[in-house]
Design a protein. Structure first.
Lengths: 259, 216
């Protein structure tokens, strides 16, 4: 039994040291296809329309990139938690999935300049008087476990009563159903849900931090990184990115910093 | 952006059934073939074979199906083997199922009274004929109800394939929920669809069990 476990472990370790196949810009152009991973449970960035077809900010941006590179786009549906594994095991070439950059993630993948201006905030009903992390006292706040909003809020208010949920939908439901008093989430999610629930006067209590969305690729695909950064620069200057913001997020692009 | 949950969304959800049913069929066939091979090893004369089968069963039953899915889908990709989602899910579920079916069937084989074996030996049968003509036909009757019961488990376990992004019923539910934000309705309908699949099988399994115990 012990020998078998040892054998299995050796095989796995050997597997991990295999250098993942590269798919830099030249390979993508040669193949004529770019495989883009996008989440489909993350509106307005990626979701399925009435006909079950992928649509959203990320999907449209992916199509624009395919056109710019002159290649076909193959959209792969991925899952938030598996975004990086899909990249590292060469199942996709690029992640466009509303992904925020963190130092830990930047060790595993390379990020482009941000393409969407998003921020994280704590939201609540109009009647609830809270304007900063020092006024949370015993109020219950819902957040999605392990997300940047969870980590930031925990760092800002270590004593806050944070109720952590497995996914965004559950965290949203907890707030709407009154199981918690406040709700730490992304501005786009709050806006969409406020629109969907006009009877609930939801407003921003305080901002946690900016959390712009980046595209991500494998370490070492520098040519792809550079061409995408150039593309983001171009659509920022020609108004296309502003159009995407207005169409999908219903907001101005605002002050989007570059990397 | 958000839609409400209507008939179109229910149809989308029902489309997820295709992969749930397809994956169950593929995985059941795979589990059956692999499980039979392991059963034969488990009941073989050669000690090495018995040991190999025992280790396989213990390792598979002692590790989560989720782990098998990740190893087949992401692990093999590290070696440069690009396994499509449906194949990864089929292989992982077959590996998982083989360990359970082999054990269920071993129980059935060993439930055949010893006298049957001795009688076939006395008639000069070889072990292959003994198995095929005497043991398996009887063991089959005992094995059918728990095998159908296992099939129900398998149907529900296909939902785990959603973690590698295979769009079966559970994944479709997550997607529809993402677009409609009506979790209660979406998951209620999803559970209903699983029930529609599983209930007839459970009922069949019960019926077979009753019939079998009567014939005894």
């Amino acid at each position: 039994m012990r020998k078998l476990i040892f054998c299995l472990a050796t095989v796995l370790l050997a597997g991990m040291s295999v250098v993942p196949a590269k798919a830099d810009l030249k390979d993508i152009i040669d193949k004529g296809v770019i495989r883009i991973g996008t989440q489909m449970d993350n509106p307005p960035f990626g979701y399925l329309d009435e006909n079950g077809k992928p649509t959203g900010f990320d999907v449209e941006l992916g199509e624009m990139i395919g056109k710019a590179l002159g290649v076909k786009v193959q959209v792969e549906q991925i899952i938030g938690a598996n975004r990086i594994p899909f990249l590292l095991t060469n199942k996709i070439d690029l992640v466009i999935s509303g992904m925020g950059a963190t130092p830990e993630r930047a060790v595993q993948v390379m990020f482009t300049s941000p393409y969407a201006a998003l921020y994280l905030g704590v939201y609540g009903h109009k009647a609830r008087a809270v304007s900063g992390p020092d006024q949370l006292s015993t109020l219950r706040i819902s957040a999605t476990k392990g997300t940047t909003q969870d980590l930031t809020l925990t760092a800002m208010a270590p004593k806050a009563n944070i109720v952590r949920f497995e996914d965004d939908t559950t965290s949203n439901t907890a707030f709407l159903s009154g199981q918690v008093d406040l709700w730490a989430t992304l501005n786009t999610i709050a806006a969409a849900i406020a629109k969907k629930n006009p009877d609930q006067p939801i407003e921003l209590k305080f901002k946690l931090r900016d959390s712009p969305a980046h595209m991500a690729m494998r370490q070492g695909d520098f040519a792809l990184l550079h061409s995408l950064d150039t593309y983001i620069f171009l659509i920022r200057t020609n108004g296309e990115l502003q159009r995407l913001h207005c169409k999908w997020l219903g907001e101005d692009m605002g002050n989007l910093s570059a990397m | 952006m958000f839609r409400s949950f209507g008939p179109t969304e229910f149809l989308l959800l029902a489309q997820g059934l295709r992969w749930t049913v397809g994956l169950t069929a593929l995985a059941f066939a795979g589990s059956g073939l692999l499980g039979l091979a392991i059963l034969l090893c488990r009941t073989a004369e050669a000690r090495a074979l018995r040991w190999a089968a025992e280790i396989w069963i213990q390792v598979i039953q002692g590790t989560p199906l989720l782990g098998h899915l990740f190893v087949v889908f992401f692990g093999l990709a590290l070696f440069g083997l690009d396994v499509p989602r449906w194949l990864a899910a089929t292989v992982a579920l077959s590996i998982y199922g083989s360990a359970f079916l082999a054990e269920i069937w071993r129980g059935a084989v060993q439930a055949i009274p010893k006298g049957q074996r001795e009688a076939s030996r006395a008639l000069g049968m070889r072990s292959y004929h003994e198995l095929r003509l005497v043991i398996l036909p009887q063991a089959l009757m005992i094995a059918i109800p728990p095998t159908v019961g296992f099939l129900v488990q398998l149907i529900k376990n296909t939902s785990l394939a959603s973690v590698i992004g295979l769009v079966e019923l559970s994944r479709e539910a997550q997607l529809v929920n993402g677009a409609t934000f009506a979790p209660f309705l979406v998951y209620l309908c999803t559970s209903g669809l699983y029930f529609v699949l599983c209930f007839p099988l459970t009922w069949l399994s019960r019926g077979l069990e009753k019939r079998f115990s009567r014939s005894r």
